[in-house]
Structures are given as C-alpha cells and as structure tokens.
Ligand binder design. Sequence first.
Ligand code: NAP
Length: 348
Amino acid sequence: MAVEKVVIIGSGPAGWAAAIYTARAELKPLVFEGAITEPNRLNGTLPLGQLNLTTEVENYPGFPSGDVEPYLDHALPKDVRQSMAPHSKHGVSGPELMELMRQQAKNFGTRIVTDDIVRVEFSKRPFRLTSLEGGVIEAHAVIVATGARANYLGLPSEDAYKNRGVSACAVCDGALPRFRNKPLVVVGGGDSAVEESTYLTKFASRVHLVHRRDQLRASKIMAERAAANPKIELVWNHELAEVLGDDKQGVNGVTLKSTTGAGTRQIPATGVFLAIGHTPNTAFLDGQLALTPKKYIQWTVPFRTNTSVEGVFAAGDVADDYYRQAITAAGSGCQAALDAERWLAHHE
Ligand code: NAP
C-alpha cells in the first residue's frame, strides 16, 4: 500500500485551506470530506461543514455584497452549479464559499474521497486510518479538521424551521432581513447566549434571552452587559417547548415552559437562536489524541497546530471553542499545512 504524505480529515474552511496549502507544497493531499449519510445529515456533519448550513456570509473578507453569479459560473464546474440553490444576490453564501474552497483545492491537485474516517491508529507510524466504507489508508502526517456542530434541543419544530428563523449562529444569520426590527428569542445562559443576544440587539426590536435557571452561567462582566442592555429581556426559569410558525413565513413565535412549574407562555418572535453550546467532532479519535475537558483536540504547542501525537495536526473548530469563525478556521488550516510540511521535511 502506498503511504500518503498527508491526509486531511474534514471539509470545512480549515480542511480546504490545509488542502490548498499542502497541494501547492506538492504534498498531494488526500481529503476525506465526510460521507453523505442520514446520520450525518441529522447530526449536522455532512461534507462542507457548518458553513454549508448557513445562508449569506457577510464577514468573510474578500466577498463584499454584490452579484457573484457570473464568478461562480466561471469558477465552478457546470454540474456543481446546477445542484446549487439560486443566489440571493447579497454576496457569497456559505455553501458557495465552501464549493469555491473545495474547487480551489481540486485545482491544485487535491484528491477528495466522499467518506468518513471512522477509526484512526496513531500509536505507530505510518498512521492508519479506516473509512466508513472499509478502506484503509496509511499516512505520514494527518491534519484533523472535522469541526464542531452546534447543539440543538432536538425539538421537531426546531428542526422544521432551521434556516427559516431557527439558527445557532447570530453572527452568521443575525443581519438577515427577517430578523430586523422584530422580536427574537435566544436560548442559553452562557457567554455565547449573552454575546449572541447583545449582537442581535443591533437588528432586533427586542431580544428575549431565555434561560432554564435563575442565574446566568456567563462571566460576570457578560451577565452585567445583558442586564444593562435595555433591548434584552431576561426570561428566567424557562425552556423552549416549541417553535411556532407557518410554512410560508417560517418562525412567528415560541412556546416557553416554566422550569419551576409556572405553566407555559407564548412569545411572538421571527427568530430563535440556540446558544446551548457546541460539540466537537472528536468521537472517532477514540481517545488517541489528548482532548480538553470539553472534548476539543488540545493544541500542545503555543501558536502551533501540533497535537499530543507528533505528525498529527489539528485545525479549525475541532480544536477551537473560542473564535469559531470561518476565517479563523481557514487561518488555522493554513497553519496546520505549514506545520505538517515542516514536520514531513524532517520525518518522512
Ligand atoms: P456554555 O458556557 O457551555 O453554556 C451553555 C449554556 O446553555 C448554559 O447556560 C446551559 O445552561 C445552557 N444549556 C445547555 N444545554 C441546555 C438545554 N438542553 N436546554 C437549555 N439550556 C441549555 O457554552 P457557551 O456559552 O457556548 O460558551 C462556551 C465557551 O466559550 C465558554 O468557555 C465561554 O466562556 C466561551 N465564550 C466566551 C465568550 C467571550 O468571552 N466573549 C463568548 C462566547 C463563548 P446551564 O447554565 O443551566 O448549564
């Protein structure tokens, strides 16, 4: 079996940036972009990652608002274009950005396998990886860029209105027209919930921050910020029972249930933002890389993408529970590629 120089697991901005850089360094990267399966669809772990689940991307540098259709027609193959949703003409969308990155990686010779890696053996080199379909690959270096997935509550109504008012990313979706000057609901009590609520007050008429307890988990300074913001109304001791809406307009309200036995109430809202944490996609590593207490891959060298196993690097949200932006993920993908290239130069 030929041993790959570098295998990249994951197909979000971190994975594609790593592929572009390693391909240009003539390392002939092999990317496992994930399998198209029902479990992956339900988990939010299909190929192209979290960005593929969003709409407009207004904060990725290089894509100001404008009509990108002609550029997409030119840059992407016809069959890819035909399978893409019509464009909103507000600039680039998450799925478009990911297809562009994927194509850029392909243009430099990246090979892509549409399958999951389900088992890794990092105890000796070359490393061995097993795919869902049963393929076994050996590699001198591995870049793990499998990302994280936003936690949802798992309500059927929440699932029904995803992308039609239900979101888990205020920074991604908050500025959309449907949320402007309308009441919104944020669920959660941590720093993310406060940050998302504060961000949404730029657009919303009112933000109802719904928390299941009577005290925020968020840091003191963030909690004070929420309390001081006249547009944020803290709704204590309640959980989201149901998202209300209709097929035409999407979300138009929520039913909240008291956690202290005070019954239910309804609030009108055009958006519901879940901020109840993220889960990194690290289960397949089966304990072979050191993880943080929250199960993110631990970067072991400051300002580098090294992991606890020499020759295995991590990039993007799978190792970063703090920034979680497309641009930071892409940046760390580039770093991982450079780290892998330098490591291979001494160890291959
Ligand atoms: P988090 O701190 O884990 O908070 C999650 C929140 O969601 C908690 O308040 C939790 O309630 C609530 N929650 C969890 N499951 C729930 C459920 N099933 N139903 C209802 N509520 C539920 O997550 P995070 O806010 O995303 O923060 C993650 C990390 O990033 C933290 O370390 C945070 O400090 C950091 N962060 C920092 C900043 C900043 O400093 N600017 C911004 C964002 C994030 P309970 O409190 O009852 O458990």
